[in-house]
Design a protein around this ligand. Structure first.
Ligand code: HPA
Length: 245
Protein backbone atom coordinates (compact mmCIF):
# COMPACT_ATOMS: atom_id res chain seq x y z
CA UNK A 1 0.00 0.00 0.00
CA UNK A 2 1.17 3.50 -0.88
CA UNK A 3 0.75 6.44 1.51
CA UNK A 4 0.05 9.92 0.20
CA UNK A 5 0.23 13.01 2.38
CA UNK A 6 -1.65 15.93 0.90
CA UNK A 7 -0.52 19.49 1.49
CA UNK A 8 -2.01 22.91 0.80
CA UNK A 9 -4.52 22.64 -2.02
CA UNK A 10 -4.80 18.87 -1.65
CA UNK A 11 -6.96 17.94 1.30
CA UNK A 12 -8.64 15.13 -0.59
CA UNK A 13 -7.79 12.95 -3.54
CA UNK A 14 -10.41 13.22 -6.28
CA UNK A 15 -9.03 10.27 -8.26
CA UNK A 16 -9.25 7.77 -5.44
CA UNK A 17 -12.18 5.42 -5.04
CA UNK A 18 -12.69 5.45 -1.29
CA UNK A 19 -13.25 2.17 0.50
CA UNK A 20 -13.21 3.37 4.10
CA UNK A 21 -12.13 6.06 6.52
CA UNK A 22 -10.60 5.32 9.87
CA UNK A 23 -9.95 7.48 12.91
CA UNK A 24 -6.67 6.40 14.49
CA UNK A 25 -4.85 7.15 17.70
CA UNK A 26 -1.14 6.78 18.22
CA UNK A 27 1.18 6.86 21.25
CA UNK A 28 1.88 10.45 20.14
CA UNK A 29 -1.72 11.60 19.98
CA UNK A 30 -4.04 12.10 17.05
CA UNK A 31 -2.96 12.63 13.45
CA UNK A 32 -4.13 15.69 11.51
CA UNK A 33 -7.26 13.77 10.49
CA UNK A 34 -8.59 10.27 9.99
CA UNK A 35 -6.98 8.08 7.35
CA UNK A 36 -8.76 7.62 4.03
CA UNK A 37 -8.27 4.23 2.41
CA UNK A 38 -9.00 3.61 -1.21
CA UNK A 39 -7.69 2.62 -4.60
CA UNK A 40 -6.15 4.51 -7.46
CA UNK A 41 -5.80 2.48 -10.67
CA UNK A 42 -6.15 -0.71 -8.67
CA UNK A 43 -3.40 0.10 -6.15
CA UNK A 44 -4.30 0.46 -2.50
CA UNK A 45 -3.56 3.88 -1.08
CA UNK A 46 -3.95 5.53 2.27
CA UNK A 47 -4.32 9.28 2.27
CA UNK A 48 -3.75 11.81 5.03
CA UNK A 49 -4.42 15.55 4.76
CA UNK A 50 -1.47 17.17 6.54
CA UNK A 51 -3.35 20.31 7.54
CA UNK A 52 -6.57 18.42 8.36
CA UNK A 53 -9.58 18.05 6.07
CA UNK A 54 -10.69 21.60 6.76
CA UNK A 55 -7.16 22.94 6.35
CA UNK A 56 -7.04 24.38 9.85
CA UNK A 57 -3.68 23.19 11.20
CA UNK A 58 -0.78 25.60 10.78
CA UNK A 59 2.61 24.06 9.87
CA UNK A 60 3.92 24.32 13.44
CA UNK A 61 0.70 22.87 14.90
CA UNK A 62 0.79 19.65 12.91
CA UNK A 63 1.41 16.50 14.94
CA UNK A 64 4.05 15.11 12.57
CA UNK A 65 4.90 12.22 14.89
CA UNK A 66 1.29 11.04 15.00
CA UNK A 67 0.90 11.44 11.23
CA UNK A 68 3.95 9.40 10.30
CA UNK A 69 3.30 6.82 13.02
CA UNK A 70 -0.27 6.32 11.79
CA UNK A 71 0.91 5.71 8.22
CA UNK A 72 3.83 3.48 9.23
CA UNK A 73 1.43 1.37 11.27
CA UNK A 74 -0.46 0.61 8.06
CA UNK A 75 2.73 -1.04 6.79
CA UNK A 76 2.90 1.26 3.80
CA UNK A 77 5.68 0.63 1.30
CA UNK A 78 6.36 4.32 0.66
CA UNK A 79 5.18 7.76 1.66
CA UNK A 80 4.76 10.33 -1.09
CA UNK A 81 4.40 13.75 0.51
CA UNK A 82 2.88 16.53 -1.56
CA UNK A 83 3.87 20.05 -0.51
CA UNK A 84 3.73 23.57 -1.83
CA UNK A 85 6.91 25.64 -1.89
CA UNK A 86 8.23 29.05 -2.79
CA UNK A 87 10.78 29.05 -5.59
CA UNK A 88 14.24 30.47 -4.85
CA UNK A 89 16.24 29.08 -7.81
CA UNK A 90 15.41 30.98 -11.00
CA UNK A 91 14.09 27.94 -12.90
CA UNK A 92 11.66 27.10 -10.08
CA UNK A 93 8.91 29.40 -11.32
CA UNK A 94 5.30 29.25 -10.11
CA UNK A 95 3.60 26.12 -11.43
CA UNK A 96 6.81 24.07 -11.57
CA UNK A 97 6.86 20.60 -10.05
CA UNK A 98 10.05 19.54 -8.29
CA UNK A 99 11.25 16.44 -6.46
CA UNK A 100 13.85 17.64 -3.94
CA UNK A 101 16.87 15.50 -3.13
CA UNK A 102 18.23 17.47 -0.18
CA UNK A 103 16.91 19.56 2.65
CA UNK A 104 17.99 22.04 5.30
CA UNK A 105 15.97 22.30 8.49
CA UNK A 106 15.40 25.76 9.98
CA UNK A 107 12.43 24.79 12.15
CA UNK A 108 12.43 24.91 15.94
CA UNK A 109 10.26 23.75 18.79
CA UNK A 110 8.71 20.87 16.83
CA UNK A 111 8.72 17.34 18.23
CA UNK A 112 11.21 15.92 15.77
CA UNK A 113 12.13 12.44 16.96
CA UNK A 114 10.67 9.18 18.25
CA UNK A 115 13.95 8.48 20.02
CA UNK A 116 13.53 10.07 23.40
CA UNK A 117 12.77 9.15 26.97
CA UNK A 118 14.66 7.34 29.68
CA UNK A 119 14.28 3.92 28.09
CA UNK A 120 15.88 4.90 24.80
CA UNK A 121 19.50 4.17 24.08
CA UNK A 122 21.23 6.92 22.12
CA UNK A 123 20.66 6.45 18.41
CA UNK A 124 21.98 8.53 15.53
CA UNK A 125 20.28 7.61 12.27
CA UNK A 126 21.87 8.28 8.91
CA UNK A 127 20.22 11.17 7.07
CA UNK A 128 22.83 11.92 4.41
CA UNK A 129 20.22 11.51 1.72
CA UNK A 130 17.04 12.67 3.44
CA UNK A 131 14.74 11.44 0.66
CA UNK A 132 14.49 7.82 -0.41
CA UNK A 133 16.14 7.43 -3.85
CA UNK A 134 13.67 4.66 -4.63
CA UNK A 135 10.59 6.72 -3.72
CA UNK A 136 12.00 9.69 -5.69
CA UNK A 137 12.54 7.45 -8.70
CA UNK A 138 8.90 6.31 -8.54
CA UNK A 139 7.68 9.89 -8.75
CA UNK A 140 10.07 10.78 -11.58
CA UNK A 141 9.13 7.69 -13.57
CA UNK A 142 5.42 8.37 -13.12
CA UNK A 143 5.88 11.96 -14.33
CA UNK A 144 7.81 10.74 -17.36
CA UNK A 145 5.07 8.28 -18.25
CA UNK A 146 2.54 11.09 -18.09
CA UNK A 147 4.78 13.41 -20.11
CA UNK A 148 4.75 15.93 -17.28
CA UNK A 149 7.88 17.96 -16.69
CA UNK A 150 9.29 17.65 -13.19
CA UNK A 151 12.56 19.11 -11.94
CA UNK A 152 14.75 16.29 -10.63
CA UNK A 153 16.55 17.44 -7.49
CA UNK A 154 16.99 20.56 -5.45
CA UNK A 155 17.46 21.56 -1.86
CA UNK A 156 14.34 22.19 0.22
CA UNK A 157 14.67 24.68 3.07
CA UNK A 158 12.11 24.13 5.80
CA UNK A 159 11.21 27.30 7.69
CA UNK A 160 9.10 27.56 10.79
CA UNK A 161 6.27 29.75 9.49
CA UNK A 162 3.46 30.38 9.56
CA UNK A 163 4.58 33.76 8.29
CA UNK A 164 6.37 33.95 4.97
CA UNK A 165 10.06 34.88 4.93
CA UNK A 166 11.68 38.28 4.58
CA UNK A 167 13.67 38.99 1.42
CA UNK A 168 16.87 38.94 3.50
CA UNK A 169 15.98 35.54 4.94
CA UNK A 170 15.51 34.19 1.43
CA UNK A 171 18.90 35.60 0.39
CA UNK A 172 20.40 33.83 3.38
CA UNK A 173 18.70 30.54 2.48
CA UNK A 174 19.95 30.94 -1.07
CA UNK A 175 23.48 31.48 0.24
CA UNK A 176 23.07 28.31 2.27
CA UNK A 177 22.31 26.41 -0.93
CA UNK A 178 18.51 26.24 -0.78
CA UNK A 179 16.54 26.10 -4.04
CA UNK A 180 13.01 26.16 -2.62
CA UNK A 181 11.34 26.96 0.67
CA UNK A 182 8.44 25.37 2.50
CA UNK A 183 7.20 24.92 6.05
CA UNK A 184 6.23 21.26 6.43
CA UNK A 185 9.05 19.10 5.05
CA UNK A 186 10.56 18.70 8.51
CA UNK A 187 10.34 16.85 10.77
CA UNK A 188 8.15 14.76 8.45
CA UNK A 189 11.09 13.40 6.45
CA UNK A 190 13.23 12.46 9.44
CA UNK A 191 10.38 10.79 11.30
CA UNK A 192 9.71 8.56 8.28
CA UNK A 193 13.42 7.71 8.24
CA UNK A 194 13.38 6.86 11.95
CA UNK A 195 10.55 4.40 11.32
CA UNK A 196 12.25 3.02 8.21
CA UNK A 197 9.55 4.08 5.73
CA UNK A 198 10.88 5.28 2.35
CA UNK A 199 9.78 8.89 1.94
CA UNK A 200 9.94 11.37 -0.93
CA UNK A 201 8.29 14.67 -1.64
CA UNK A 202 6.57 16.05 -4.72
CA UNK A 203 6.63 19.83 -4.45
CA UNK A 204 4.60 22.34 -6.39
CA UNK A 205 5.98 25.86 -6.62
CA UNK A 206 3.13 28.21 -5.77
CA UNK A 207 5.05 31.48 -5.78
CA UNK A 208 8.46 33.05 -6.13
CA UNK A 209 10.02 33.27 -2.67
CA UNK A 210 10.15 36.68 -0.97
CA UNK A 211 12.24 39.18 -2.94
CA UNK A 212 12.47 36.85 -5.97
CA UNK A 213 10.89 37.15 -9.41
CA UNK A 214 7.99 39.58 -9.34
CA UNK A 215 7.86 39.46 -5.54
CA UNK A 216 10.24 42.33 -4.91
CA UNK A 217 8.04 43.89 -2.25
CA UNK A 218 5.28 41.44 -1.39
CA UNK A 219 3.95 37.97 -2.08
CA UNK A 220 0.47 37.78 -3.52
CA UNK A 221 -0.93 34.92 -1.46
CA UNK A 222 -4.17 34.60 -3.39
CA UNK A 223 -2.26 34.38 -6.68
CA UNK A 224 -0.21 31.58 -5.11
CA UNK A 225 -3.28 29.55 -4.19
CA UNK A 226 -4.56 30.09 -7.73
CA UNK A 227 -1.31 28.61 -9.06
CA UNK A 228 -1.68 25.63 -6.75
CA UNK A 229 -5.22 24.87 -7.84
CA UNK A 230 -4.56 25.34 -11.54
CA UNK A 231 -1.65 22.87 -11.40
CA UNK A 232 -3.31 20.27 -9.22
CA UNK A 233 -4.48 18.20 -12.17
CA UNK A 234 -0.97 17.38 -13.42
CA UNK A 235 0.10 16.59 -9.88
CA UNK A 236 -2.84 14.20 -9.51
CA UNK A 237 -2.02 12.45 -12.76
CA UNK A 238 1.51 11.82 -11.49
CA UNK A 239 0.10 10.32 -8.30
CA UNK A 240 -2.26 8.19 -10.37
CA UNK A 241 0.59 6.94 -12.49
CA UNK A 242 2.72 6.03 -9.45
CA UNK A 243 -0.14 3.79 -8.49
CA UNK A 244 -0.16 2.11 -11.89
CA UNK A 245 3.25 0.48 -11.12
N1 HPA B 1 7.74 30.24 1.85
C1 HPA B 1 7.52 29.22 2.69
N2 HPA B 1 6.64 28.25 2.44
C2 HPA B 1 5.95 28.32 1.29
C3 HPA B 1 6.12 29.36 0.38
C4 HPA B 1 7.07 30.39 0.68
O1 HPA B 1 7.29 31.34 -0.09
N3 HPA B 1 5.26 29.14 -0.64
C5 HPA B 1 4.60 27.99 -0.36
N4 HPA B 1 5.01 27.49 0.81
Amino acid sequence: MLAIIGGSGLSELPNVSITRRQVVRTPYGEPSCGLTFGEINGLEVVFLARHGYAHTLQPHEINYRANIWALAEQKVSRIIAVASVGGIRTDLTPGTLVVPDQLIDYTYGRSNTYFEGAMETIRHIDFTDPYSPDARACILLAAKRQNITVVDGGTYACTQGPRLETAAEIRRLEGDGADMVGMTGMPEAVLARELGVPYASLCLVGNYAAGKGNNQHRIDVSAASQVLSSNMEKLLSILGSICAD
